[in-house]
Design a protein around this ligand. Structure first.
Ligand code: SAH
Ligand code: SF4
Length: 389
C-alpha cells in the first residue's frame, strides 16, 4: 500500500522567512503588531481579533479574517504566516488512535498522538525532539538527536490535531474514522509524548498558558497533565507557574532498581521525588497526582513491589496507572503477564487507590506510551503503514 503522505501532495516549501503567529501569546502578538506600525491605542483590539481567529476559529489564512480591513490583512500576510508543523504521515489505528509524524522548520520530526474515548479525546503531545534521558524501557530515550520544542511547535501540535479532527467551529474532519461524537474532539492534553517537559520548562509553560486560555483553545488546567520522570527542583515551580495536573513516571519502588530504569533517579532519588509530590501546590483529593508504573515482567511486578508502592505513597492523594509495557524492536524487557498485573493491581486497590490498568492504545501503529521515536530510526513508510491503513 502506498504511504498516504500528506506532505507529498503539497509543493515543497520555499524558504519562507515569515514567522508563524501560531504559538504567540497576547504579548507576542502585540509586539509583532507594533513592528507593523499598529498604534498602541489599537493594539488591544487587534490582538483580541487575531487571538480569536487563531485560537477560537482556527483560521489558516488571513483572508478569512473578515473583521480586519483588507489592506491590513495583506500586510499581515506579507510578514507572517499561520502555519503549523507539516504533517508527514498520519496513521489511524484499528482502535481509532491517530498518530501524526510532524516535520518542523529545521527538518526535525516529532510525533503527536490522539486517543479517542467515548466521552473524551486526549491529545498526547511532545515537548522535545527525542529525549536526553535514557530510561531503559523507553524507545524515545534511544534517540540521539535532541532539542527543545518552541511554543509555536508545541501549540502547533494542538492546532494540527484540531485541523485534522475537524475540531473548529463549523469544521468537519476530512477523515472521520474513529473520531468521537463529542462537542469537542480534544478535551484533554497530556505532555506524555517525546521528551522530558520539565527540561524545556519555559517553552512548555508558555505553550500550556496558551492552551489553557479560556478565550482561546480553552483546555482547562485541570485537563492538562504534565508527566515527568522526576526533575525534582522543577516540580514546585511547575505547580506555581503552570498549575496543571501532574503525573510521575515512578516505575520502581527501590532506588537500586529505579536507578537502572529511570536513571535520573541517581540524581533525585525516590524520597526526594515523593517529598516534592507531597508539597505540590494545590494537591488535594480533587487534584491527585498520577503515578505511572510500567509493568515489566520479573523486574518490578512482584507483590512485594506492589506493597512497597502502597507504603511509599501513603498520605499522597494519588492515582496509580499501571501501564502494560509496550514493546519496541530490540527492547530489553517483556510485559508482565496479565495475571500478575491483576494481582499487583489488587494490592494497590485494597490499599484504597484506584489502579486502572491503562489499556494500550494504538500499539499497531507504534503510538502507545514509550513507542514514539521519529526520523533518526525511521522505519520505511510502507512497512509502517501497511499494518494500519
Ligand atoms: N518524559 C516524560 C514524559 C514522556 S514519557 C516522562 O518520562 O514522564 C510518557 C510515559 O510513557 C512515561 O510514564 C513513560 O515512563 C512511559 N513509557 C515510556 N516507555 C514506555 C513503554 N515502552 N511502555 C509503556 N510505557 C512507557
Ligand atoms: Fe525521556 Fe520519558 Fe522516555 Fe524517560 S520515559 S527516556 S524521560 S521520554
Amino acid at each position: 500500500m502506498s504511504a498516504p503522505s500528506l506532505a507529498d501532495s503539497t509543493p515543497p516549501q520555499q524558504a519562507d522567512r515569515r514567522d508563524t503567529l501560531i504559538g504567540q501569546d497576547r504579548e507576542g502578538l502585540a509586539t509583532r503588531l507594533e513592528q507593523l506600525g499598529v498604534p498602541e491605542r489599537q493594539s488591544r483590539m487587534r490582538v483580541g481579533q487575531l487571538w480569536n481567529w487563531l485560537y477560537v476559529q482556527g483560521a489558516t489564512d488571513f483572508a478569512r479574517m473578515t473583521n480586519i480591513a483588507r489592506e491590513f490583512r495583506a500586510e499581515l500576510n506579507s510578514s507572517f504566516t499561520l502555519s503549523r508543523p507539516e504533517i508527514v504521515t498520519e496513521q489511524v489505528s484499528s482502535d481509532g488512535t491517530r498518530k501524526w509524524l510532524l516535520r518542523l522548520n529545521d527538518g526535525k520530526e516529532v510525533e503527536t498522538v490522539y486517543i479517542p474515548e467515548e466521552d473524551r479525546g486526549t491529545l498526547c503531545i511532545s515537548s522535545q525532539v527525542g529525549c536526553t534521558l535514557t530510561c531503559s524501557f523507553c524507545h524515545t530515550g534511544t534517540q540521539k538527536l535532541v532539542r527543545n520544542l518552541t511554543p509555536p511547535e508545541i501549540v502547533g501540535q494542538i492546532m494540527v490535531a484540531r485541523d485534522r479532527l475537524g475540531d473548529w467551529p463549523g469544521a468537519v474532519a476530512e477523515d472521520p474514522r474513529g473520531i468521537p461524537d463529542t462537542m469537542r474532539k480534544i478535551t484533554n492534553v497530556v505532555l506524555m509524548g517525546m521528551g522530558e517537559p520539565l527540561y524545556n520548562f519555559d517553552h512548555v509553560r508558555d505553550a500550556m498558558a496558551i492552551a489553557a486560555d479560556g478565550e482561546g483553545l480553552s483546555v482547562s488546567k485541570r485537563r492538562i497533565t504534565l508527566s515527568t520522570s522526576g526533575v525534582v527542583p522543577e516540580i514546585p515551580r511547575w505547580g506555581e507557574e503552570a498549575g496543571t495536573m501532574l503525573a510521575i513516571s515512578l516505575h520502581g519502588v527501590r532506588d537500586e532498581l529505579r536507578d537502572t530504569l529511570v536513571p535520573i533517579n541517581k540524581k533525585w532519588p525516590i524520597k526526594d521525588l515523593l517529598d516534592a509530590c507531597r508539597a505540590y501546590p494545590g494537591l488535594s483529593n480533587a487534584k491527585r497526582i498520577t503515578f505511572e508504573y510500567v509493568m515489566l515482567k520479573g523486574v518490578n511486578d512482584s507483590i512485594a513491589d506492589a506493597k512497597e508502592l502502597v507504603r511509599l505513597l501513603v498520605k499522597i492523594p494519588a492515582k496509580i496507572n499501571l501501564i502494560p509495557f509496550n514493546p519496541w524492536p530490540g527492547a530489553p524487557f517483556e510485559c508482565s503477564d496479565w495475571e500478575q498485573i491483576e494481582k499487583f493491581g489488587e494490592v494497590v486497590n485494597r490499599a484504597g487507590y484506584a489502579s486502572p490498568v491503562r489499556s494500550p492504545r494504538g500499539r499497531d501503529i507504534m503510538a502507545a506510551c514509550g513507542q514514539l521515536k521519529s526520523a533518526s530510526v525511521k522505519q520505511r513508510a510502507g512497512e509502517r503503514l501497511s499494518t494500519t491503513l
